[in-house]
Design a protein around this ligand. Sequence first.
Ligand code: AMP
Length: 183
Amino acid sequence: MTRVVLVGPPGAGKGTQATALSQRLNIPHISTGDLFRTHVGEETPLGREAKRYLDSGELVPDAVTNEMVRERLSEPDAKSGFLLDGFPRNTKQAEVLGDILSENEEALDAVIELKVPEDMLVERLLGRGRDDDTEEVIRRRQQVYRSETAPLLEYYSNVLVTVDGVGDVDEVSSRVLDALGKR
Ligand code: AMP
């Protein structure tokens, strides 16, 4: 059973690592950004509400986000563990995640921080070419990370493991697996 949260600034490689580790550990990769993008693409009511936040790099309001995550975590595949990528993004969301897990008598096994130097982040994002990867929105997402999300490192200090996120995908995956004691 592996319940893991990946944290790190936009461009740290959370999505890439979560995809690789999800296959390796056979647990679902749950990305709130991907869930939002699917809703936006399908023009669901949730997607119509979320779009302007994604477009500007702001956080989608907690009520919307938390409800979406609660539903996703209630699906059967998440019972065997999960890799959360992009959630929680502030301490309120972390509290809600804690509530959801303790309602099921579950807990996180680890919070992995992927650490990458700042100048590499923007470079990686500009190379990725997603709709919200314009320079202005990237800058805003980094600011939001520093003010809203970075406090989670303190919040989770007792389960936090910091992993060097510089290197090729397999190298970084190996470090994460080591950190999880899975290698
Ligand atoms: P990501 O794919 O993780 O970079 O997320 C892309 C965008 O989705 C973010 O810039 C936010 O607008 C939104 N988003 C993703 N996860 C969250 C979250 N946990 N809380 C609020 N907004 C989120």
